[in-house]
Design a protein around this ligand. Structure first.
Ligand code: ZN
Length: 441
């Protein structure tokens, strides 16, 4: 019998994690707070690393990608690296460099679309801004602050149906250049400084700051909620892929797991939603550099490093497309996966997913040991399949991996949803992977 109150606990913890992390930069900050409670020490790429066996460390690149690791007592040449990968970013709207346009006494924010967002889902919601601001201080130095406006600041109102008579027949569409300006302020006259800059400056520690640039994410201020007759579902923004980051870090942050003598790694990357090609993305050098430096810091030979990679394994965790009963035609009927029915193993022979028969079988056994059901997903043949960080990380490191994730509805909507039972199940199977003492392969 499934335990609903236990499932609610881990899902509520996830909803709180998402609510505290309205941008990829805030995801890293939230994780750092969690890691501090478990005595993790930050390493800087600009410094020389000295690692202790059993030591707990993390490295940040670009403020929005983070690699967390426990340096095992045993040599990595004997145990391999056990890696869980996920991504910190979610599709959304971002504020352009020239931020505002004023028309008819209304200041609007100019936006660019980040990743494959379902744009219409951003309409008629209480939106706001979070991200980082780069500025010059009074002393002429460059500085940076994270900013987060919890109150609704922005809105993309729909047209009334009387002005858009065919909306229900044609679907809700916004022209990507002309119709996405976010309503922000009523301005009686042309002000010398835009209200947007005034508001941003108010968030900085130094009110004489001269703002130079920003990376600002538009997010939905509505908090996460449970829904359904038994509250067995939940909704929030950014479930793809903060649910996987949260599951992985919670699997790791367990004293039984942390005292394991293998080297355990959680690697969370920005820019997955735009192809991972960046200095801190999964196709960049961040993970390779970090593994190499871990090996160098403990004087492992290049032979040992190669042996370590040959014994390593990657779980690439990202979300999966749950069956939606109103649209049965969009699924491969033999490979539907269902909310609250277990974790999903994702298979694509064209290597959009990194799974193969060997890695699938290994993951199935970790599921069995964790007493967690699993489901198999394969995309319809005539539809192009999404991808994850799995294939690129496997290829760069030359290590075997499996793509997994939990079933969810409305992936890339401003308001996504999933099932409370699957989240705890994913944490349980990830713990099995991390604690299993045998070399991964
Ligand atoms: Zn994703």
């Amino acid at each position: 019998m499934k335990n609903l109150s236990l499932a609610h606990q881990s899902a509520q913890d996830l909803l709180d994690f998402i609510d505290a992390s309205p941008s990829a930069w805030h995801v890293v900050k939230t994780l750092e707070t969690q890691l501090a409670a478990f005595q993790f020490q930050r390493l800087y790429e600009t410094e020389t690393w000295q690692l202790e066996n059993g030591g707990r460390y993390y490295v940040v690149r670009g403020d929005s990608s983070i690699i967390v690791f426990v340096h095992g007592e045993k040599s990595v040449a004997e145990t391999g690296f056990k890696i869980i990968g996920a991504h910190t970013d979610s599709p959304s709207l971002r504020i352009k460099p020239n931020p505002t346009t004023t028309t008819a006494n209304l200041e609007r924010l100019n936006v660019e679309i980040y990743g494959g967002a379902i744009i219409a889902t951003f309409a008629d919601r209480e939106l706001s801004l979070a991200g980082r601001v780069n500025y010059q201080t009074e002393n002429g130095e460059l500085a940076q602050s994270l900013v987060h406006f919890p109150q609704p600041l922005l809105r993309l109102p729909n047209l009334a149906i009387h002005l858009n008579r065919n909306v229900n027949e044609d679907g809700l569409k916004f022209h990507k250049q002309n119709e996405l300006g976010l309503l922000f302020a009523n301005v009686a006259e042309q002000l010398p400084v835009s209200q947007f800059l005034t508001l941003l400056t108010s968030q900085l520690p130094d009110d004489t700051a001269r703002i130079l640039a920003w990376d600002l994410n538009v997010f939905d201020t509505q908090k996460g909620n449970f829904w359904g007759a038994n509250q067995e579902f939940f909704a929030n923004g950014q479930i793809d892929n903060l649910a996987s980051c949260h599951a992985a870090i919670n699997a790791l942050l367990d004293e039984r797991i942390l005292k394991n003598d293998s080297t355990l790694i959680c690697a969370f990357f920005d820019h997955e939603e735009v192809g991972s090609e960046s200095h801190c993305g999964a196709s960049g050098s961040f993970l390779t550099d970090t593994l190499q430096r871990m090996s160098d810091a403990t004087s492992q030979s290049s032979q040992d490093f190669a042996r370590a990679l040959a014994r390593s394994f990657l779980i690439s965790a990202d979300m999966a497309h749950a069956y939606h009963p109103n649209f049965p035609q969009v699924y491969d009927a033999a490979h539907t996966v269902h909310v609250n029915q277990g974790v999903v193993i994702k298979v694509n022979v064209n290597q959009r997913y990194t799974s193969d028969g060997v890695s699938e079988a290994m993951f199935m056994r970790w599921c069995e040991r964790a007493n967690v059901p699993h489901q198999m997903y394969s995309h319809r043949n005539e539809l192009s399949c999404g991808s994850t960080i799995g294939a690129t990380v496997s290829a760069k490191l030359g290590i075997r991996g499996v793509d997994v994730g939990n079933p969810m509805w409305a992936m890339h909507s401003c308001r996504e949803s999933a099932g409370v039972f699957d989240h705890g199940a994913m944490i349980a199977v990830m713990k099995q992977f991390l604690i299993n003492n045998a070399p991964a392969s």
